[in-house]
Design a protein around this ligand. Structure first.
Ligand code: 48F
Length: 257
């Protein structure tokens, strides 16, 4: 049978709009498709929750593709190796407590397994704002990233969610938006985004887990956004804390959903 371009076009449009409409109300909305967001999405979806992830860029994976300084290998500590096992990522022991994996395999595996577990990912979409009623985050305000990049004056659309996770990495974009709307009201030492401190891998990896929590009613932070929000140091090119943070935020949210 001859392939018909109009049917191909209709198939894309119909399937995409069904997916989008189906995700306008979710249990959890995750902003950012780096390691922490992907792992959180996987565990939540695996537990049967409705969860959508919005990623500003075309590619999912955040800062994981490039390993350290484009040497595309990932290092994790022993405490996070069970997450590699869960996702079927192959790894090698380097020496006591240090394990390595190929960053491309790791990123691709986290993405594929999360989607297959039921996470819906929307790429090229930016969470430019949150919805609040009035003292709780209840959803996201979304636009196409190319609209933002081109500076076009086009209104966004919105989705509602019981909980939002800011997994936007160093930028901690969702928390910053909330702080702009209600200055001083974040559940941090000074009520504001404390800002990330300089590199200290050991301290940062532990603090990432302590800092993975609700920072404002309805809004959790995970991954590097957790440390940036609460004033923890950056950890540099070790990814165990990111994976464990995703696992932790999913566990915590499952007790509330
Ligand atoms: O930065 P990123 O990988 O976040 P992460 O899960 O992991 C951090 C590590 O990669 C590394 C590190 C540990 O070694 O420090 O940096 O904390 O991924 C964050 C993603 O969020 C997207 C951004 O494009 C990136 O892919 N993002 C940021 N702001 C928005 C967003 C937004 N407003 N809307 C949608 N996506």
């Amino acid at each position: 049978m001859e392939l018909n371009e109009v049917i191909i076009t209709k198939a894309i449009i119909d399937r995409f709009y069904a997916k989008l409409k189906d995700n306008l109300e979710t249990d959890v909305a995750i902003v950012g498709g780096g390691p922490s967001g992907l792992v959180a999405g996987y565990y939540l979806a695996k537990a049967g929750k409705k969860v959508a992830l919005f990623e500003r860029k075309l590619s999912i994976g955040g800062g994981m593709w490039g390993g350290g300084m484009m040497f595309n290998e990932i290092v994790v500590q022993e405490a996070a190796v069970h997450i590699f096992d869960e996702f079927g990522v192959r790894y090698q022991k380097y020496e006591d407590n240090y394990y390595t994996s190929d960053s491309v395999e790791t990123t691709a595996s986290l993405t594929a397994k999360a989607v297959q577990a039921g996470l819906t990912i929307f790429n090229c979409m930016t969470a430019e704002d949150v919805m609040m009623r009035p003292d709780r985050v209840i959803g996201l305000v979304l636009n196409w990233s190319p609209v933002e990049m081109a500076g076009l004056h086009i209104d966004p659309l919105a989705m509602r969610s019981n909980f939002v996770i800011d997994a936007t990495g160093h930028d901690t974009n969702v928390v910053r938006v909330v702080h702009k709307k209600v200055p001083g009201k974040l559940d941090t030492p000074d009520g504001k985004v404390e800002g990330e401190k300089s590199m200290w891998s050991d301290k940062a990896e532990t603090l990432t887990l302590d800092n993975t929590k609700e920072v404002f009613p309805g809004l959790y932070v995970a991954g590097m956004a957790a440390n940036a929000t609460f004033g923890g140091p950056r950890m540099g090119p070790i990814f165990g804390g990111m994976l464990l943070s995703g696992e932790k935020v999913a566990k915590d949210l499952l007790t509330r959903l």
